[in-house]
Design a protein around this ligand. Structure first.
Ligand code: GAP
Length: 459
């Protein structure tokens, strides 16, 4: 059965993953806070990405660039002039919409290109007979382009000279540091720079829970290479993204689609882009983008900064401007996809349970220590305190409610192992380990618990 958005949202909100932001002040539209389990899950996703795309590739380096950059960066990158959405207002009820989204809603098979002129949008609105979703009138204003970058001001004067922008992507911080990283690491092509960090976009139509928000985190890798290597590296990156999604995030192939962008859909900086789309509860939508950005960004930054960002090939003694292959994904969007994927309401013989089948590496909590009865609390706490130091990952302790209820609580947040201490443990030094997915229980020696769990956490 298809998972409904309200069901997964309700589960994540009530079990400590995600909260509505500013809730006690009636919230803020489309802003979300991450609760204790959400933070653990986010951190595990970021760590896994960094391990897979950066640490395990000797030619990839980390970077942590500023959120606020010299505003010329955004002039050079094209964001100041081109990073905008086409907006129209309904003259009757004054509601405001994105023209491209209104047209796509009329014909979901259409993939509206970024490069349409306002005139072309107007013609499509007419062709599809688009009326206001709010009041159903057909009286539209002209289309205006609305820049998606959040503005702020430096110092005490709020004028144009002091205007700065919150970055809408982390990628530009990488391009402007290309030479610093290449020089200090003595890096040879091909090599990559990976960065995880917050990005901000003043989205007009955010929504679908955490799918599209105004504040989000990106995990971006810019892989610099010789132009003739670009096609091969693009295919290699696509395979790596597939491997990461299938084998590490355990996303099923049938829930993914690989959309090759048409010429009309391509962004101004790309000559090839593949959108990895996931079957979210609201529909098949972009999860991860993989783009060949050519030498566009480095050329633009060379032109605007007047600095030499070329690479000297020491074998041919020739200077080249590297091409860039970029896989880019939002942390929260990937978190949402993983949660939809692992959520199950499972029918049992005379019961049902909610279970989140997280891959063990991603599970927020790895082990729950559960004394069978309260009388064993003091003894069990000592065991818990020892395991806290030994297990690689967060573990928890729970004494409230029947053992069956406690198992269900851990299933619902995706804890892969529960450890039960009973009176026999006092004499045998053996505990029961229950596995989340199979619900099978095995007795093992207390001394073997940390090895048993930690060995399952190794990649
Ligand atoms: N540097 C390239 C770039 O930023 P993008 O397709 O605009 O390309 C890349 O964004 C990824 O960032 C998307 O595939 C998505 O996972 C995530 N993303 C973009 N906008 C987002 C938003 N408003 N909310 C959440 N995630 C977003």
């Amino acid at each position: 059965m298809k998972l409904k958005q309200e069901e997964i949202v309700n589960h994540l909100k009530t079990s400590g993953f995600v909260f509505s932001s500013s809730e006690i002040y009636n919230g803020l539209a489309n802003a979300w806070d991450y609760g204790p389990l959400g933070v653990l899950l986010k951190n595990n996703i970021k760590q896994l990405w960094n391990e897979y795309f950066v640490v395990q590739d000797p030619n990839v380096y980390n970077l942590d660039s500023s959120i606020i950059l010299n505003p010329t960066v955004w002039k050079a990158s094209g964001h100041l002039d081109q990073f905008s959405d086409p907006l129209i207002d309904c003259k009757y009820c004054k509601a405001r919409f994105r023209a491209d989204k209104l047209i796509e809603e009329k014909d979901p098979s259409l993939n509206i290109s970024d490069h349409l002129t306002n005139q072309e949008y107007q013609e499509l609105l007419k062709k599809y007979d688009v009326s206001c979703p709010n009041c159903h009138h057909q009286e539209w204003t002209d289309i205006r382009n609305f820049n998606l970058m959040f503005k702020t001001f430096q110092g005490v004067t709020e004028d144009n000279l002091n205007t700065l922008y919150l970055r809408p992507e982390t990628a530009q911080g990488i391009f402007i540091n290309f030479k610093n990283v290449q020089r200090t690491m003595r890096a040879k092509l091909p090599f990559g720079i990976g960065q995880i960090g917050k990005s901000f976009r003043n989205e007009i139509t955010p929504g679908n829970f955490i799918f599209r928000t105004r504040e989000f985190e990106q995990m971006e890798l810019e892989y610099f290479c010789e132009p003739k290597q670009a096609d091969l590296i693009m295919d290699m990156m696509l395979n790596k993204v597939k491997d990461f999604l299938f084998n590490y995030c355990q996303i099923k192939k049938e829930n993914l689609n690989f959309h090759e962008q048409t010429k009309d859909e391509l962004a101004h900086y790309s000559n090839r882009t593949v959108d990895v789309q996931y079957q979210f509860p609201h529909g098949m939508s972009e999860l991860w983008g993989i783009a060949n950005r050519t030498d566009h960004d480095l050329n633009k930054h060379m032109a605007y900064s007047k600095q030499d960002l070329s690479y000297l090939d020491q074998t041919t003694n020739q200077k080249i401007i590297p091409y860039v292959i970029e896989p880019s994904v939002g942390v929260e969007r990937l978190l949402y996809a993983i949660c939809c994927e692992v959520y199950e309401v499972q029918k049992l013989s005379n019961d049902e349970r909610i279970v989140m089948h997280f891959p063990i590496l991603l599970a927020p909590i790895k082990l729950a220590v559960l004394p069978l009865v309260n009388k064993l609390d003091e003894y069990s706490k000592k065991i818990f305190n020892q395991l806290v130091k030994q297990i690689k990952g967060k573990i928890t302790y729970d004494t409230s409610g029947s053992i069956g209820k406690r198992y269900r609580r851990q299933d619902a947040i995706g804890t892969p192992f529960c450890l039960t201490i009973d009176f026999d443990t006092l004499s045998t030094q053996q505990v029961t380990i229950r596995e989340r997915d199979s619900m099978l229980q095995v007795k093992i020696d207390l001394n073997d618990v940390s090895w048993y769990i930690n060995s399952r956490l190794e990649k």
